[in-house]
Design a protein around this ligand. Structure first.
Ligand code: NDP
Length: 295
């Protein structure tokens, strides 16, 4: 069997177009969702992410600002920036690009963001809302994107055994919370694995849906999956490749070639989950504005 490829680029494009249509509709009543990204320091990967988020916002017709602070900025300066954005009526969503320099307490900064503008969904209030199934929660963009991919690709989650490898606050844990909610893209039976899981291959082989969020190149091999599984590869890893102009290529957490011979469906890297993350961030910013209007 050769797996169906789940095309994240195409699904993300469709979601971004839906968001843009809604933004255009709101513009006729003089309202415009705004997203602010705060970037501290010069980390090149973070700068690329922030630039593409800003560009995606503008393409969707949203207001976008990027605030750049030097790597030496103090925690107090960053908190003050967050406070200013919290108070700015043109800004509905705030994201502080991680990782932050070591001298800044990330937890403290993330907790300073007004939960009503916390479009990354990392504030404990939104985490709690997600756990209890409150529909006003902001769903962290990457697992939200995975859930949308499953729904829009016609993958049935109801009653399926979903195995997630990875328990981070950004991917694994919110992914589990989304998949156990009632309704479309939910109602799954979920197992969460991590580095202390005993006999991981026997657990992953029991999956109907396998979600890899580990951060180790091509970690999930063909002997770890069973025929017919749906594989979602969240991983983005650089591996050296002298044949590429940049000297590296991107691979996921799944050995794509061998696993795609066995799986029913699989997401590629790049072009799978990656593009979904930005699309869902735009969706969350729109949600933030809509919810603010109801307050
Ligand atoms: P973290 O490093 O925060 O978490 C990795 C998880 O994998 C941990 O829970 C860890 O377990 C688990 N793990 C590590 N080694 C093993 C092992 N040998 N067996 C089983 N579990 C293991 O990573 P993130 O969740 O932030 O990211 C995961 C991947 O997803 C990365 O490649 C990242 O680049 C990518 N990513 C992609 C995004 C996108 O937009 N597509 C967005 C966010 C991340 P333990 O807790 O026990 O240490």
């Amino acid at each position: 069997m050769t797996a169906r490829v789940l095309d994240g680029t195409a699904i993300a494009r469709a979601i971004r177009a839906e968001v843009a249509t809604e933004v255009a509709r709101l513009a006729s009543s003089g309202r415009k969702p705004g997203l602010a990204a705060v970037l501290v320091g010069e980390d090149p990967a973070s700068a690329v992410y922030v630039r593409s988020k800003g560009k995606a916002c503008e393409e969707a017709g949203m207001h976008s600002v990027t605030l750049r602070l030097p790597a030496a900025a103090t925690e107090a300066e960053l908190l003050e920036t967050v406070d200013r954005l919290n108070a700015d009526p043109q800004i509905h969503g705030i994201l502080v690009q991680l990782p932050l320099p070591k001298h800044i307490n990330s937890e403290k900064v993330l907790r300073r963001i007004d939960p009503a503008k916390d479009v990354d969904g990392f504030h404990p209030l939104n985490v709690g809302k997600l756990v209890v199934g409150d529909k006003t929660a902001f769903r962290p963009a990457t697992p939200y994107g995975v859930q949308q991919m499953l729904i829009r690709s016609g993958v049935e989650t109801k009653g399926a055994h979903a195995v997630i490898v990875g328990r981070s606050n950004i991917v694994g844990r919110p992914m589990a919370n989304l998949l156990i909610q009632q309704g479309p893209g939910g109602d799954a039976t979920v197992t969460v694995c991590h580095s202390r899981t005993r006999d991981l291959p026997s657990v992953t082989r029991s999956a109907d849906i396998l979600i890899a969020a580990i951060g180790k190149p091509e970690f999930v091999t063909a002997d770890m999956v069973r025929p017919g599984v749906v594989v979602i590869d969240v991983g983005i890893n650089r591996v050296d490749d002298a044949s590429r102009p940049k000297g590296y290529r991107l691979v996921g957490d799944v050995a794509y070639g061998p696993v795609s011979e066995i799986a029913a469906a699989i997401t590629p890297v790049p072009g799978g989950v990656g593009p979904m993350t930005i699309a869902m961030l735009l969706q969350n910013t729109l949600q933030a504005m809509q919810q603010a209007a109801l307050d």
